[in-house]
Design a binder for this molecule. Structure first.
Ligand code: ADP
Ligand code: MG
Length: 307
């Protein structure tokens, strides 16, 4: 069992049609047909959307994504039409300020486009069994946190809320979306990862891996353009490691939900990850420490202070 511990009630806003409640984002369509994407303060861990909120998390995700979209503009177009709160309906909740983007509604490619420059997580599990990741052969002797000889494209199929994404081979992606689209996905994923890795590295952060979602903008004349969508290069979609503490051979400290995972799997939480029971609410200090980590990542990457 997994999913939402408490099913959220997305606010109803006149002029907007509610489309979807994701793990973190609520999606609406406005009267012009564009997408309104609201990043909430929800947080997921171990395939559960937790009953606790992390104050400001959604704003950090939205502002960090916007900053990255800017850094990447010359490489690939993105789906953002407006980040201005004035462009929202007047009756939108005040709390949506700073966390809401109006985006071009795209024909999404149903693939989690993952790039990895370092070995960890599900990549490490597969490597330990077969010396491959998503079927790609890797050299002997790599360990948890090792840098790969070159970044690799390791796609996954997108799972519903509460389900695991599943790593798939490049060939499987090509079968599902076509050879042309698969090639475009791989090229774009690796180009964007490499740019972002270099930018992060200058700021003392290792971008170990990250997940993108792309969509097609289909023009009336029949042409299709691949667009970078969703959120980009946030602590929710990426593993960021402090470069000065990087030490292959062990789990790396990271700028994300580490406090949450550590607490949930500690005796203090009283929760058994393998059980069917939903995880408990987080103690105040875990919420505060997690909020601080998200803000720290934002400040280090952008060089701007949060408040
Ligand atoms: N430009 C876009 N057009 C259509 N759908 C999009 C666009 N950008 C993001 N999405 C979708 O919006 C949802 C974002 O919500 P999120 O909370 O991240 O959901 P999930 O639980 O699926 O990760 C995802 O399903 C994503 O595929
Ligand atoms: Mg998502």
């Amino acid at each position: 069992m997994s999913g939402f511990v408490e099913k959220p009630e997305p606010p109803q806003v006149p002029g907007l049609v509610h489309l979807h409640t994701g793990k973190v984002r609520d999606l609406y369509r406005n009267e012009t047909g564009d997408l309104v994407m609201v990043a909430t303060d929800r947080l997921s861990a171990y395939d559960w959307v937790l009953p606790s909120l992390i104050p400001d998390k959604g704003r950090v995700l939205t502002q960090l994504s916007l900053w990255w979209f800017d850094q990447l503009q010359d490489l690939i177009p993105n789906h953002v039409l407006s980040a201005a709160d004035e462009d929202l309906p007047e009756s939108a909740p005040a709390d949506w300020a700073g966390r809401t983007l109006i985006c071009k509604s795209l024909d999404m490619v149903p693939v989690e486009a993952v790039a990895r420059g370092y070995l960890t997580g599900s990549g490490l599990v597969e490597y330990n069994e077969s010396r491959t990741v998503c079927g790609l052969a890797l050299p002997e002797g790599l360990e948890d946190g090792s840098e790969l000889p070159a970044p690799i494209f390791t796609p996954a199929t997108k799972a519903a809320v509460g389900e695991h994404d599943e790593n798939v081979s490049y060939e499987e992606v090509a079968r599902q979306v076509g050879a042309d689209t698969a090639a475009q996905l791989r090229q774009a994923t690796l180009a964007v990862y490499s740019r972002a890795r270099d930018i992060a590295r200058e700021r003392g952060i290792i971008l170990a891996d990250t997940k993108f979602e792309f969509g097609f903008d289909r023009a009336p004349d029949g042409t299709s353009t691949l667009i970078l969508a969703d959120e980009v290069l946030t602590p929710d979609s990426s593993r960021f490691w402090p470069a000065d503490q990087w030490q292959p051979g062990r789990a790396q400290p990271s700028y994300d939900k580490q406090f949450v995972r550590d607490w949930l799997t500690s005796p203090a939480s009283g929760w058994d990850r393998k059980s069917e029971t939903p995880p408990p609410a987080l103690p105040e200090e875990v919420v505060a420490a997690t909020r601080a980590k998200y803000i720290e990542a934002y400040e280090l990457l952008t060089g701007q202070s949060w408040s």
